[in-house]
Design a binder for this molecule. Structure first.
Ligand SMILES: CC(C)(COP(=O)(O)OP(=O)(O)OC[C@H]1O[C@@H](n2cnc3c(N)ncnc32)[C@H](O)[C@@H]1OP(=O)(O)O)[C@@H](O)C(=O)NCCC(=O)NCCS
Length: 197
């Protein structure tokens, strides 16, 4: 099953009204500004450093190719968060999507991350994926609590898996979520369309 979710969408948070919309090339400068203000440690869950312009440009190429969908959380024309869904339909895991999410420091703890995670989760369900994964350094307590509250469970610990700019290594935890089961439960409750529109 594959459904299209429409954007922009809006949510009220303690940080004010947030607009969610799909990221495109016209957002390049705004996303670079957002990424460059993030603490380096908060980017270690990503395969590449998105505060580098060439990495950001490659990311947008992937969006245009259709391999990645990124949702921006925008407050008063400023990007304050980004949730991404990565999948590879030509791999042995076409049924799996990876969620990557980050929120700007100045609005953390005010519900933007929760709203963005729900939007990104809905995007994944709408894409017909069966399993989701998410990964982060083990000290990202907020991220772990947030994804566990959505039903993700720890599946792997990768020791010394990433190295920061100072050469220090950090462990990565991988959480997984069987979304096919959620979909089946919703259908059992008579709510098959609950995540679309
Ligand atoms: C994870 C992250 C996106 C959360 O964003 P946020 O806007 O602060 O999140 P919210 O305010 O919506 O809080 C969501 C949940 O996180 C948890 N949380 C938030 N701040 C927390 C903190 N300081 N300590 C522990 N848990 C915390 C709570 O469970 C909270 O749930 P609640 O709604 O019941 O209070 C943000 O901390 C971030 O960008 N972290 C760095 C990047 C990262 O590691 N991403 C994970 C890889 S996918």
């Amino acid at each position: 099953m594959s459904e299209t979710r429409s954007y922009p969408r809006h949510a009220k948070t303690d940080a004010g009204d947030i607009e969610f919309r799909l990221m495109s090339r016209t957002d390049e400068a705004a996303v670079l500004d957002f990424a460059q203000k993030l603490p380096g440690h908060d980017l270690l869950f990503l395969p590449r450093n998105i505060s580098e312009p060439k990495v950001l440009s490659a990311w947008i190429n992937e969006i245009e190719r259709g391999a990645i969908k990124s949702l921006l959380a925008v407050r008063a024309d400023k990007v304050v968060g980004c949730g991404t869904l990565v999948r590879d339909p030509h791999s042995w895991s076409p049924h799996v999507g990876e969620i990557r999410m980050v929120v700007s420091l100045d609005v953390r703890g005010q519900g933007v991350g929760r709203a963005l995670s729900q939007e990104t989760f809905a995007l994944a369900l709408g894409a017909g994926l069966e399993k989701l994964s998410v990964q982060m350094t083990v000290d990202q307590q907020a991220a772990i609590a947030l994804f566990e509250s959505l039903g993700f469970k720890a599946e792997a610990l990768l020791r010394d898996h990433v190295r920061d700019v100072d050469g220090k290594k950090h462990d990565i935890v991988v959480l997984g979520h069987n979304v096919a089961q959620v979909r089946a439960q919703m259908e059992a409750y008579g709510l098959p369309g609950a995540v679309q529109h």
